[in-house]
Design a protein around this ligand. Sequence first.
Ligand SMILES: [Zn+2]
Length: 115
Amino acid sequence: MHELGIANSVLEAVQTEAARHPGAVVRKVAVTVGELAGVDPESLAFSFEALTTGTEWQHLILEIQTRPRMHRCPACGLDFRVVDYQFACPECGASKTECTGGDELELAYLEMEEP
Ligand SMILES: [Zn+2]
């Protein structure tokens, strides 16, 4: 399962960061997942839980921030959210617009408690 690999990378990143702050406790990790990233947030959450249950990381909270698919219209400069595959500009009607976001898959932040 694809999401299990991602959950694993997230956990590895947390472990690396935790190793840099001896004694600190990581409470929360947030990841940004774009609509186009091909990741199912629910199965990512499930995979993460499966991975951490029964380990020292089982109290770590995973926050998944989803990002919509965004397009920009080169004709009028409007940034808009794509809904139901409507790629035409809602402002001027231009049919050729550029994808500017929604394929993110990255670590957003970590929440740590220093001793
Ligand atoms: Zn436009």
